[in-house]
Design a protein. Structure first.
Length: 309
């Protein structure tokens, strides 16, 4: 049984005329009749009753027609869905993100993605480093958006898409300054709260490096494993902390958020995904987020690290 025979069969069912069916199929009537006869022999029952004046479908032919039409519908549905999956237009996209990313570029990118790809279901999971990188490695997430990185994995691709400015979170009751900015000398002797070196190794190292760049060794009195824990300790009056400026509305009745005058302390926001496999829907999300995060898309760089399909 061949696919073309079934196609010929359905065409005759629709026209009830061999000559007309042959014309619409752009073949001669004789090979059409031959293929239908061959199909009937293989099936073991007649599909059509033919006279010199008419063609009718047998009861067995009608049952066969009903099921073949269903089969053709499923084939078309499967073909359409397969094409949409290959283009990243349907399916489920699993995104991991650092907690503070929702206050930056990710929120707008998600809205844009949902408008452009309405049939892709989004599943977002808040993950802090290193759990986010591990989820990208084992396939729990398709792509991650992160700003606080534990360590770089050689099995992952990292793509910087934006920067977020850091500031110093200070307990309001400390009253270090009423100015909009902090002077560098005003923070050098402060007690600092930062991320745990065990669970956030790279973020801890970046903090130490930043302090050394600013010309002092930080006095660390407490470490914490999450962003909210760091802010909670600051709000409790235990110390100050370097945090993303987008946190400025968290505990704002208890914390002042102030940049350091003449010193920009950036936090890089990176996309991360497994080098071995990048699904089309994830590629679409990456390209959209890159475009929404930059004035100019570095297409050459992006094409080098995104695997072709």
């Amino acid at each position: 049984m061949e696919f073309r025979q079934l196609h010929y069969f359905l065409k005759i069912c629709n026209t009830l005329h061999f000559t007309k069916a042959a014309e619409e199929l752009n073949i001669a009537q004789q090979p059409l009749s031959f293929q239908i006869h061959k199909l009937e022999e293989e099936l073991g029952f007649k599909l059509f009753e033919r006279t010199t004046r008419s063609v009718s479908i047998t009861p067995a032919g009608k049952e066969f027609q009903k099921n073949i039409e269903k089969a053709f519908w499923y084939i078309k549905q499967g073909t359409d869905n397969g094409k949409m999956i290959s283009e990243g237009k349907i399916g489920k996209l699993k995104i991991g993100y650092n907690s503070f990313i929702m206050s930056t570029t990710l929120t707008l990118a998600i809205n844009d993605f949902k408008e452009q790809y309405p049939q892709v279901e989004l599943e977002l999971q808040e993950l802090n480093s290193p759990n986010l990188e591990n989820a990208a490695l084992d396939g729990t997430i398709d792509v991650g958006v992160m700003g606080l990185i534990w360590e770089n994995h050689k099995e992952l691709n990292y793509l910087e898409i934006a920067e977020e400015t850091s500031c110093v979170a200070i307990p309001k009751k400390w009253k270090i300054t009423d100015n909009e900015y902090l002077e560098l000398e005003q923070i050098k002797e402060q007690s600092f709260i930062t991320y745990s070196p065990k669970t956030k190794t790279k973020s801890y190292q970046d903090f130490i490096s930043t302090c050394h760049y600013l010309g002092f060794d930080p006095k660390i009195i407490q470490t914490a494993e999450t962003d909210l824990a760091v802010l909670g300790l600051v709000a409790s009056g235990l110390g100050v902390a370097f945090v993303p400026y987008c946190y400025k509305n968290i505990y704002c009745d208890l914390i002042d958020y102030k940049p350091i005058k003449n010193h920009k302390i950036p936090i890089k926001i990176d996309l991360v995904w497994n080098k071995k496999y990048l699904q089309p829907k994830a590629q679409n999300f990456i390209e959209l987020l890159v475009k929404s995060s930059r004035n100019e898309l570095d297409a050459n760089h992006l094409s080098k690290i995104i695997s072709p399909f």
